[in-house]
Design a protein around this ligand. Structure first.
Ligand code: ZN
Length: 317
């Protein structure tokens, strides 16, 4: 059976074809890039997003390549790629936030039709793209001031069967570190879970650098998820996955200069000093310690630190 045509905004792809263009966000000058790859045969529809945060370059590049390389003739089903979602943040080289309203797009899903720019962007994705999809893969990484070890996450939504399908996507992706779902309102994956759509967060890359190994890691993950869903043929290339039960964050209680004492991928002990904050005259303000022993998963790699900024995240069982 051939796939049905798919139209998103003014972008339309018939069965066995590919189309790309921009989805206008109503009431704004913002346009969201969209590639539709519509397979020759009917099957599930996968949405791949990247660049919800504008400085996460390996994830943005992996999604761009995935959309550009896919051959509709080889697909059983459909793939929609949006990358970089936040073109405004991408061109502004703005980490985490949408420049027009200073909001984190990955904290405002499902958005609002008459909200701020970020809220309207989220609403456009939820109302115009998500109704067409069966699964959502949202690629991220460390943004410009952030370093991290590649990891995966998913959301425990209201339907345990959907949560398990999200977990199975995580096991198929090809990254070893999986953190247990925490409910974080406003994220893409929580909005997906609330709508009964399995969704996976995949993070790789860091500190504003486009690097080939992390790009390849994420691109291989896109292929693995498409194979896992039956959209692409071929075997999933799995890796052993460690599921961490907790990943507490340490946040800054001071503004100043941040001197990290550990590195991403280090194993630390509870109480170990992980970093020091000094004022801009070089006087020590505070030492920050690990709340638990475990694996250093994410760190703030910037010298400048503001009140309540995340400093370090540690994964442990
Ligand atoms: Zn991100």
């Amino acid at each position: 059976m051939s796939a049905t045509p798919l139209q998103i905004g003014s972008i339309s792809a018939a069965s066995g074809s590919k189309a790309s263009g921009f989805l206008d966000v109503p009431g704004t000058a913002v346009r969201l890039p969209v590639v539709i790859v519509n397979g020759a045969s009917a099957g599930p529809t996968l949405l791949v997003t990247a660049g919800i945060h504008g400085g996460e370059y390996p994830s943005i590049e992996a999604a761009i390549r995935f959309g550009a390389e896919l051959d509709p003739a080889a697909l059983t089903g459909r793939v929609i790629v949006m990358s970089p979602v936040s073109l405004n943040a991408f061109y502004a080289r703005q980490a985490f936030l949408v420049p027009e309203d200073g909001k984190n797009l990955n904290r405002v899903f499902p958005g609002k039709a008459l909200g701020t720019i970020a809220e309207r962007m989220a609403n456009a994705i939820i109302t115009q793209v998500v109704p067409h999809i069966d699964a959502w893969l949202d690629l991220h990484g460390g943004d410009i001031p952030e370093a991290l070890l590649p990891f995966l996450g998913y959301e425990a939504g209201p339907d345990p069967a959907v949560t398990e399908r999200s977990r199975q996507m995580a096991l198929a992706f090809g990254i070893e570190v999986l953190v247990k779902p925490d409910h974080l309102p406003g994220t893409s994956i929580s909005a997906a879970a609330a709508r009964g759509i399995p969704a996976l967060l995949a993070e790789a890359g860091q500190v504003g650098i486009l690097d080939e190994p992390n790009t390849q890691l994420l691109l291989r993950g896109c292929h693995n998820i498409a194979r896992h869903l039956g959209i692409l043929s071929g075997a999933v290339e799995t890796v052993p996955v460690h599921e961490y039960a907790h990943w507490p964050w340490v946040r800054a209680a001071h503004q100043g200069c941040w001197y990290l004492q550990v590195r991403v991928g280090d194993t630390v002990e509870a109480g170990q000093v992980v970093g020091i904050v000094k004022d801009i005259f070089g006087q020590e303000l505070a030492r920050y310690t690990a709340p638990a022993g475990g694996l250093v998963l994410l760190v703030c790699a910037a010298l400048s630190i503001n009140l309540n900024d995340p400093l370090i995240g540690i994964a442990h069982d």
